[in-house]
Design a protein around this ligand. Structure first.
Ligand SMILES: NC(=O)c1ccc[n+]([C@@H]2O[C@H](COP(=O)([O-])OP(=O)(O)OC[C@H]3O[C@@H](n4cnc5c(N)ncnc54)[C@H](OP(=O)(O)O)[C@@H]3O)[C@@H](O)[C@H]2O)c1
Length: 246
């Protein structure tokens, strides 16, 4: 693993054990970050990933915590400081996804989606962001979605949860400046949920300018870029193959 200027920096990736989170964890380890891989249910995946990163010469640990709760976020925060003594980068990646047609959208489903996306992003960015602001600065990258910028019908509560993430990021970029930079990534069709309808999948791909789905590494590279460029704050970066423009 190559040494780099960020070699002493510490990054926390929420939901970092699988899918996009795992790609982000790997990219940050390669960039030289010491890593905290947070997981909720995917303990084995987190342990396997951490073992793999360590075999590659990286520093990484896995921390199980439900970041949808204040208590879980506090545990993640304390474990991070106990392990490394500092935190420089938070990637607020943990989220959930689901279709919520208006006709059948119950209050409980509505709340579940807001709780699945907006709540963990708020709780983590508040806890880690205020600490970074008061202890030498830092950077936050949150995972939004192009649906937070241009809503899809049939996904009301998901769209709103991700629009909320975008507003949260923009507000925190103001409130935590100048010590902490806060940005969002808005992925397009990168990694479809398991079992996603093949026809719908193809339709989403056809709606990109590049006519293909993205790779998890495309998103991970964008995280590394936002983390390393110290003159970018308050932006929402689409990584979407031109989906927003198409
Ligand atoms: N995949 C895409 O193409 C795409 C497109 C647009 C936006 N995004 C956004 O990018 C992010 C990652 O996408 P993804 O598809 O990899 O997501 P995902 O598979 O739906 O979920 C990512 C991880 O979030 C973790 N998580 C959820 N709630 C948690 C909680 N309360 N505490 C701790 N961890 C929690 C889960 O960890 P455990 O497995 O450990 O439970 C899960 O592995 C999400 O925010 C998603 O909305 C993805």
């Amino acid at each position: 693993m190559s040494l780099s200027p960020v070699n002493h920096s510490v990054a926390v990736v929420t939901g970092g054990a699988r899918r996009l989170g795992a790609a982000i964890s790997r990219a940050l380890a390669t960039a030289g970050y010491r890593l905290v891989v947070n997981y909720h249910h995917s303990e084995q995946a987190a342990l396997d990933l951490v073992a793999d990163l360590r075999r590659g010469g990286g520093h990484a640990c896995a921390v199980g915590a439900d970041v949808g709760t204040t208590r879980g976020v506090a545990e993640l925060f304390e474990q991070t400081l106990q392990t490394y003594g500092r935190v420089d980068l938070l990637v607020a990646n943990a989220g959930s996804f689901g279709r919520t047609p208006l006709e059948s959208l119950s209050e409980a489903n509505w709340q579940a989606m807001i709780d699945g996306n907006l709540r963990p992003t708020f709780l983590c960015t508040q806890r880690f962001g205020l600490h970074m602001r008061d202890h030498g600065g830092g950077c936050i990258v949150a995972m939004a979605d192009v649906a937070g910028l241009r809503p899809w019908s049939g996904y009301l509560s998901y769209n709103i949860s991700k629009a909320g993430v975008i507003s949260l990021v923009q507000t925190l970029a103001k409130e935590l400046a100048p010590n902490v930079r806060v940005n969002a990534i808005a992925p397009g069709p990168v990694l479809f949920p398991e079992g996603y309808d093949p026809a719908l999948r193809q339709r989403e791909i056809d709606r990109t300018l590049l006519r293909r789905e993205g790779r998890p590494e495309n998103v991970a590279q964008a995280v590394v870029a936002l983390a390393s460029n110290d003159y970018i704050t308050g932006v929402v970066l689409p990584v979407d193959g031109g989906r927003l423009l198409a």
